[in-house]
Design a protein around this ligand. Structure first.
Ligand SMILES: [Zn+2]
Length: 138
């Protein structure tokens, strides 16, 4: 059994999984017989994982929730080039989702209604919806 305790640096490397295989085995052998190092390992693990990974994960999921339409718009934009035969459809979807991202949910719903009306060729209906927005959004 290894008598000398591994340094915190080695322990953090062990947690990060960047330690070489033989060193990993050494550390594990030592940890099996050293309670102090096991405690240190837990502490180091907390320090390494808590602020970084959790904060980043939270930040990413918050950002995705906030910008889901932007992500959708970017995806549609990319797909419009991949499937060039559906270029216009994807581009339209991109514009719609971009608009959704730019405005609040209520206005986005109206935009979908306008888009649906336009898609069906019902320009009167679209104009009616538009004039209703003009009437209420002052
Ligand atoms: Zn130790």
């Amino acid at each position: 059994m290894r008598r000398i305790c591994p340094s915190e640096e080695i322990l953090s490397e062990y947690i990060s999984g960047v330690l070489a295989e033989e060193d990993r085995t050494e550390v594990e052998k030592h940890l099996a017989g050293c309670a102090a190092c096991r405690e240190l390992l837990v502490e180091t693990h907390d320090i390494i994982s808590r602020p970084d990974i959790h904060e980043i994960k939270n930040r990413i999921s918050r950002w995705i929730r906030k910008n889901q339409w932007l992500i959708g718009a970017a995806a549609a934009f990319t797909l419009s080039f991949v499937f060039s035969e559906h270029f216009l459809q994807f581009l339209t979807a991109c514009i719609i989702m971009g608009a959704k991202w730019a405005v609040d949910a209520k206005t986005a719903k109206i935009l979908i209604m306008i888009y649906e009306a336009w898609k069906c060729g019902d320009r009167d209906k679209a104009d009616k919806i538009l004039s209703r927005i003009d009437g209420t959004e002052h």
